[in-house]
Write a protein that binds this ligand. Sequence first.
Ligand SMILES: [Zn+2]
Length: 291
Amino acid sequence: MTSFQLRGAVPAFIALMLAGSLAACGAAPEPEARAPKKPAAEQAAEAKAKQTEEAPAAEPVPEAPGAESPAPIDPDQAAPAAPDLVSPGFDRALHSIDDPMSIWVVGNKLRPLTPENFEPTDLVPTQGVANDNGQPLREATARAVEQFIAGASEAGHDVRIISAYRNYDLQVQLYNGYIVRDGQAAADTYSARPGHSEHQTGLTVDLDDYGTCYLAACFGETPAGQWLAANAADYGFIVRYPSGKEPVTGFTPEPWHFRYVGTELAGEMRATGVSTLEEFFGLPVAPGYAE
Ligand SMILES: [Zn+2]
């Protein structure tokens, strides 16, 4: 059953309440399909999440500007040099980051899509992969995610599409439902406001394996989550909301939420170690809405 189908049977807001408590980025999992809650599993998930919090040092740490600290520096403690943002020869202006039909478009809390009710023109169904809500994707993204999921399957990870393209009206329903449930301040940490969601570009997909870390931060530490993160660039995807980057992206880590940008940009970001679009394109950080 999809949210759309639910909407016909019960008031939309009740359907949204049923959509689950971990529906970050509005993934809206089906309640009957969620992994059964087991105390042991929850404890394991919490333990893994705690490990993640305690070991966040995977990101390269930029050198402090004008680092002339008089304090002695232990070489073992010194931060690695800041990565070059762009490799020689890479054209950062090859595609628009403003045009919502561009595969490099950047949407965040300070960069609404224009127009805010934007709809892509080349949405197609996915084929041959499990897609819970049957939501479409832009054609190149659909073909890429089919290969991505096939690659994961060959590596032994059975992942499926939890959520894909969501139009403006659906995002209105989801976001308003989260406000009713959690309040606006909390909702803003995990669900984009309508017109700000990259799911609305048709370039974004949520993938999960229905394990004990279903739509939870610890999914990134599971074998499936690790494989997806390590291999996303080969299929043109990035983890859009990486761990440790909430001050930049404005969203809590979502290791299941993949954004298609094409193999050229995804490969360049992996090669240079720049994990967010905001940093790669030198955009202002977007921890909150301008209001
Ligand atoms: Zn998402």
